[in-house]
Design a protein around this ligand. Structure first.
Ligand code: AP5
Length: 224
């Protein structure tokens, strides 16, 4: 199954994808994680894209499409994948059409008020990338990852000014993709209006949609 998780920053794409990858046995591909890995490795490309990511701007299409295409060519993606954070522009959606078929697009709808609270309280593991929240998903020990015992940190782009910029960029450049995938009859909406609804409840809602989609004959031929 080839699934896209679409939604604004802080909608829960990474949180749900990290759980769905275990349930479905297909890789979770986050372009945000790919970008952060490049930055951490201080590659030439990493240094080039850091300024975009830190400011909450999108990395240029050409760069991100190349990075994504390279990841999708890996053998582990042959049975399907969960895309988190890609596509984010019309150009990226067109490029993805040329790289792979898509079976389902889950559109996560979350009010801005919840997004701002979630992102300003997010903690991420430096090593394994596990995601926590100071209000809703606390680690057992403050600032230590439950999974790998490494330190937790606040992302550079989770500062209040940058969060607003990311939301603006989402509305302008990514939200039009909702219509794009609606027209293709691939889009299903999931709503989360309550800050305290645990991730497992939302993951179950997504799982029901995936099962229904499978009954309708998805995934289609996986050769492309
Ligand atoms: P990226 O990392 O993709 O950032 P994003 O899309 O802004 O998404 P986030 O990771 O902030 O949020 P999320 O939806 O995954 O929410 P999460 O699960 O963490 O991209 C970062 C940057 O990289 C971009 O700004 C850009 O520069 C670049 N980039 C990446 N892809 C690109 C592309 N395609 N094109 C160009 N540039 C690109 O949840 C948020 C918080 O809420 C967490 O604390 C979590 O614990 C909590 N939470 C979520 N759901 C629940 C729940 N149900 N109950 C309790 N807590 C919850």
């Amino acid at each position: 199954m080839r699934i896209i998780l679409l939604g604004p920053p802080g909608a829960g794409k990474g949180t749900y994808a990290s759980r769905l990858t275990v349930i479905l046995g297909i890789p979770h591909i986050s372009t945000g994680d790919i970008v952060r890995e490049e930055i951490k490795a201080q590659t030439k490309l990493g240094n080039e894209i850091k300024e975009y990511s830190d400011k909450g701007e999108l990395v240029p299409d050409d760069i991100i499409i190349k990075l994504l295409a390279r990841r999708l060519r890996k053998p582990c993606c042959e049975k399907g994948f969960i895309l988190d954070g890609f596509p984010r522009t019309a150009r990226q959606a067109e490029a993805l059409d040329g790289i792979s078929k898509v079976d389902l697009v889950i559109n996560l709808n979350v009010p801005d008020k919840i997004i701002i609270q979630r992102l300003s309280n997010r903690l991420t593991c430096k090593k394994c990338g596990a995601i926590y929240n100071k209000l809703t998903l606390k680690p057992k020990k403050d600032t230590v990852c439950d999974e790998c015992s490494s330190g937790l940190y606040q992302r550079e782009d989770d500062k209040p000014k940058v969060i607003q910029e990311r939301l603006d960029v989402y509305r302008k450049k990514t939200e039009p993709l909702v219509e794009w995938y609606k027209k293709k009859r691939l889009l299903k909406d999931v709503h989360c209006d309550d800050m305290m609804i645990p991730p497992e409840v939302v993951v179950e809602k997504i799982k029901v949609i995936i099962d229904a989609s499978r009954k309708q004959g998805f995934p289609r031929n996986l050769t492309k």
